[in-house]
Design a protein around this ligand. Structure first.
Ligand code: NAP
Ligand code: GFB
Length: 323
């Protein structure tokens, strides 16, 4: 029987990557539908119900969320909390009402307890408060896991979730003040090189990295995450969350990331660190041991190559990128 797979948040960074993988694969027994807020405002129950009634999905990949980087979270914790709670409750309720066979929702490694031992693993999600910079988003995401377990206990629903580390790639959100670090720095470095101080030679220009550059992050390329998401939908049969992250050894400092971006742009100016800006969480090192056990041969794309591909995409799609 043909699966009807509804991807909420299908027009975003992760959704567009999944769409690209599916377009290449052309599965014959699956019909994939990628939706954005134009198709339904998922904070509204009636609008959500109409969309479920229109598509009658058998499977759901639930990506839709209010999403942003450190600075956007710091200034909007209430909105991140309420909007994401509304979206998540509506999508899971309608998935139940329409007898969806499986829902894979999306948490994040930034929702784990701030005071914790490392590496973090899937069993530690609720072991203490998250970092104060994004408590709204974090508690909304944690409630997905709680709600999944409640539906499974009461109705036997196969509602599960994945926990990606920081994601980047084409079709990201490059909007200043909203974006995550990689699209944020790509946008600003491009402006430094091509718009600001046109009278200055590149060698005389400086690019400011926000914060000290010392925090550590694991970054997964959206194309890799897309392949793992599709595998989870087809083959992972547990309500327990699963971390989808690059290896602990792939963790880099923000300064290292900045140097990789400078190489990708061939920027010949100087880097400086604007320590008046917050660093956020120092680290959130996650273990992908559970994933590696299930998929021992999965190969992640080389970080610098993925950064180059993303920078190239941004330059070629400058006019249509979200910024
Ligand atoms: P994104 O690029 O900002 O895309 C967000 C998606 O959600 C868009 O398709 C957007 O639709 C949709 N959306 C937002 N509000 C909506 C609403 N009220 N009704 C319907 N749709 C709505 O986000 P992303 O980076 O792809 O994130 C996808 C998922 O991955 C999220 O659950 C996020 O929490 C999770 N995640 C992201 C990261 C990361 O570093 N990016 C890391 C870990 C987890 P429009 O296009 O119409 O606005
Ligand atoms: O991706 P990011 O904004 O969020 O990364 P988090 C923030 C880190 O990058 C901080 C530094 O150390 C910033 O000082 N940084 C340097 C920059 N330059 C920039 C820049 O131009 N823009 C941004 N945004 N940061 C988020 C959570 O944490 O992780 C979200 O707040 C989400 O909820 C996301 O889950 C995955 O990695 O700190």
């Amino acid at each position: 029987m043909t699966k009807i797979v509804l991807v909420t948040g299908g027009t975003g960074l992760v959704g567009r990557a999944i769409e690209a993988v599916i377009d290449e694969e052309k599965p014959t027994n699956e019909r994939w539908i990628f939706v954005g807020s134009k198709d339904a405002d998922l904070t509204d129950l009636q609008s959500t119900r109409s969309m479920f009634d229109k598509y009658k999905p058998t499977h759901v990949i639930h990506l839709a969320a209010m999403v942003g980087g450190l600075f956007h979270n710091m200034n909007n914790n209430l909105d991140f909390l309420r909007k994401n709670m509304q979206i998540n409750d509506n999508v899971l309720l309608l998935s139940h009402e329409f007898n969806v066979q499986k829902v894979v929702s999306c948490l994040s490694t930034c929702i784990f307890p701030d005071k914790t031992s490392y590496p973090i693993d899937e069993t530690m999600i609720h072991n203490g408060p998250p970092h104060e910079s994004n408590f709204g988003y974090s508690y909304a995401k944690r409630m997905i896991d709680i709600t999944n377990r409640a539906y499974n206990e009461q109705y036997g629903s196969m509602f599960t979730s994945v926990v990606p580390c920081n994601v980047f790639g084409p079709f990201d959100n490059f909007t200043p003040g909203v974006s995550h670090v990689i699209p944020g720095m790509i946008h600003r470095l491009h402006e430094t090189m091509y718009s600001k101080e046109p009278e200055k030679a590149q060698e005389e220009k400086t690019f400011a990295v926000y914060g000290t550059g010392k925090p550590l992050r694991q970054f997964i390329y959206s194309k890799d995450l897309a392949k793992l998401f599709i595998w989870v939908l087809r083959s992972y049969q547990s309500v327990e969350p699963i971390i989808l992250s690059v290896d602990e050894t792939a963790e880099v400092t923000i300064a290292h990331l900045a140097e990789s971006l400078v190489r990708a742009f061939e920027f010949r100016g100087k880097l400086e660190f604007d320590t008046s800006k917050a660093d956020g969480q120092y680290k959130k090192t996650a273990s992908n041991a559970k994933l590696r056990k299930l998929l021992p041969d999965f190969q992640f794309i080389d970080f610098d190559s993925a950064i180059r591909e993303t920078v190239q995409w941004y330059i070629e799609n400058y006019d249509k990128a979200r910024k």
